[in-house]
Design a protein around this ligand. Structure first.
Ligand SMILES: [Ca+2]
Ligand SMILES: [Ca+2]
Length: 478
């Protein structure tokens, strides 16, 4: 039966190969609305900015006001964590500020605004040419949601969990009231939720916790989204390339590549060699659609990228490296609010400190922002970096801990990215044929990233590189 469903989907994709929803070429900015910008103090019930577990007052009006900030950074799309009406009371001394404890899936939480302020936000974002990805919760309601008492048959109880052969799916995640998507009323309601938000003009959905959702339902949901042209981004916590590949085959356009995030945390922010990153990138051939995979340094569920260093200045320097490196890769970069200024923070909720804007930045934070903005600008100005093919070069073993090289190609345009993990400035000369690289002689060419001293040249059958410590550069290559 499952095989039949799969082959049906594959046939559908083949028949509509030109029409698949795509975000290749976009740069997504992730917003946690409560922690972004307070544009309306009249909806600040229960706000306590001294408590990371309380509401902080950010809202849709504030986000709308700050769209020019996001545009100026260079992002072209937004992912909003859930804006649904939340359970009104706290659980575990924590408010539902994060949006993952829904009470009603078709209303906007009053802390964020109303359907009218959501519509105004959509109109403003569209007017600025930005795409919108909305977070959709399909696995659970909030702990205290009224639906739990009103419709007990909608949820998995202890009995279902005990006998289940797939406890990831049928047992509550963190104790949350777990929806049984195979119950017709649940299935219908969840499908209609997607239609409801789609009709309000969103371009994509980020589906939360897909590891915990009944698969037949998920496949139906994806089929519907695809038919409607809605881009789908799945969150399978800790997904590696194989998981992303499997789900792309089954109908997701994209998943977050957690394995790359872990490797970049270890190699770019930490002191491991670049082999971790190369090992992840070497698998990109497994992906049916490598240009769609979501690439990120951090998000609201993992410690901040900059937190990987004990020292604030080092965290800032390596965040610059991480952002420059990320912008050389094939896929859809996702920048979590505040990563562009190397905000710090450990595990949740410390990784959700309220965003600070220009007037509150230190000079060092402004420096990180300028690197982020510059790297995005370079990416967006290049068809090869934005949406070209990617080839990982084979760096000799003796160098591969400190040096990662890849090319991005689109038509006759080619770029060379060089990530350097060494802690001192260094010059490398490597035979082109050792790298599997074909290149004609090229005079000394400077990096495309501004504020960086990096150079490349090609002569006598060698690639010569001069690279600053712990940084990523990108060059035009003939
Ligand atoms: Ca507010
Ligand atoms: Ca579940």
């Amino acid at each position: 039966m499952r095989r039949l469903i799969l082959s049906g989907l594959l046939l559908t994709s083949a028949a509509h190969a030109q029409a698949l929803p795509s975000f290749e070429g976009q740069v997504i900015y992730q917003v946690l609305p409560d922690r972004f910008y307070d544009g309306d103090p009249t909806n600040n019930a229960g706000v306590d900015r001294s408590n990371l577990r309380a509401w902080h007052g950010g809202d849709l009006k504030g986000l709308t006001e700050k769209l020019p900030y996001i545009e100026k950074l260079g992002a072209t799309a937004l992912w909003l964590t859930p804006i649904y009406r939340q359970q009104a009371v706290n659980s575990f001394d924590t408010a539902a500020y994060h949006g993952y404890w829904p009470e009603n899936f078709r209303q906007v939480d009053p802390h964020f605004g109303s359907l009218a302020t959501f519509d105004a936000f959509v109109k403003a974002a569209k007017g600025a040419g930005m795409k919108i990805v909305l977070d959709q919760v399909i696995n659970h309601y909030g702990y205290e949601a009224s639906a739990v008492k009103a419709n007990p048959g909608w949820f998995n109880g202890k009995a279902q969990c005990d006998v289940s052969r797939d406890k990831d799916v049928d047992c509550p995640l963190a104790g949350l009231p777990d929806l049984r998507q195979s119950v017709p009323a649940v299935r219908a309601a969840l499908l209609e939720n997607s239609d409801f938000w789609r009709a309000r003009g969103v371009d994509g959905f980020r589906y939360d916790a897909i590891k915990h959702v009944e698969r037949p339902f998920l496949l139906d949901l994806l089929k519907k989204d695809r038919a409607a042209g809605t881009w789908t981004l799945g969150e399978w916590y800790d997904a590696d390339t194989g998981t992303v590949a499997e789900w792309q085959k089954q109908g997701f356009d994209s998943l977050f590549l957690f394995s790359l995030q872990a490797a970049m945390r270890q190699s770019v922010m930490g002191s491991s060699g670049l082999g971790n990153v190369a090992n992840v990138l070497a698998r990109s051939g497994e992906l049916a659609r490598p240009g769609e995979v979501a690439l990120f340094l951090d998000n609201h569920d993992v410690p901040r990228f900059a937190q990987g260093s004990l020292f604030e200045d080092e965290g800032q320097a390596r965040t610059k490296y991480g952002l420059r490196a990320l912008m050389t890769l094939r896929g859809v970069p996702v920048i979590y609010q505040g990563t562009e200024i190397a905000m710090r923070g450990g595990a949740d909720p410390d990784n959700r400190r309220t965003m600070r804007f220009e007037d509150a930045w230190t000079p060092a934070e402004k420096g990180v922002y300028e690197v982020a903005q510059g790297a995005i600008r370079v990416r967006q100005a290049s068809a090869a970096l934005r949406a070209g093919t990617q080839t990982l070069l084979t760096v000799p073993d003796s160098l591969s801990s400190d040096l990662l090289l890849l090319t991005r190609t689109s038509g006759s345009e080619r770029k060379l990215a060089a990530w350097h993990g060494g802690t001192a400035r260094k010059t490398y000369s490597v035979r082109l044929n050792r790298l599997g690289l074909q290149a004609s002689a090229q005079d000394v060419t400077r990096t495309l990233y501004s504020g960086q001293d990096a150079k490349v040249s090609v002569s006598g059958g060698f690639l010569h590189l001069s690279l600053p410590p712990k940084d990523a550069a990108v060059f035009a290559l003939k």
